[in-house]
Write a protein that binds this ligand. Sequence first.
Ligand SMILES: Cc1cc2nc3c(=O)[nH]c(=O)nc-3n(C[C@H](O)[C@H](O)[C@H](O)COP(=O)(O)O)c2cc1C
Length: 184
Amino acid sequence: MKGKDTLAEILEHILARRSIRKFKPDPVPKELITQLLKAAMAAPSATNRQPWEFVVITEPKRLAALRQRLPFGRYTAPLAVVVCGNMRRALPGPGRGFWIQDCSAAAENLLLAASGLHLGAVWVGVHPIGLFARAVAKVAELPKHVKPLGVLYIGYPAEEKAPRTQYDEGKIHWQRFGEHTPSE
Ligand SMILES: Cc1cc2nc3c(=O)[nH]c(=O)nc-3n(C[C@H](O)[C@H](O)[C@H](O)COP(=O)(O)O)c2cc1C
């Protein structure tokens, strides 16, 4: 396969990922869950510390508890993956906060893999809202040193969304902020 074809396919794939909030009740097979987590754990992380942990939730009771406690995440999906940061593996000192970027990269990898497997998924934000973090920590029984970044609801999609970019030249700055014309 030529490089150009590969790039076009990758871009097409990235644009096809959309937030899906309506799901069929069918369970996601374990093999697919493993593939999603392999994609997540391929993400880049600061000094490759891989501070992530993933709590895979399929029990209806726990899924219902998540829905009840996350007002912006009341979606009926057969699967939720809680993406967490393990503070014992986070960088020490001023770099500690990189766990958020590390785990966000893992979350986006997982969402892209879900879309590639024709699954629907949506990211529901938890960190830095303390109320949501405490609620999710309780449902997933997280120890104190493990912080929830977000909840990814996943399942077979019961809605369709068109691929799209949100490309906006106004957000691109050449050489210095505010310069929108590329120099020669
Ligand atoms: C950090 C973060 C938090 C989000 N929180 C929620 C949420 O609580 N509920 C929700 O329905 N969608 C949530 N989303 C999904 C966004 O609403 C969605 O990505 C955005 O509207 C763009 O749509 P798209 O994902 O289809 O491109 C979140 C996304 C991110 C990255």
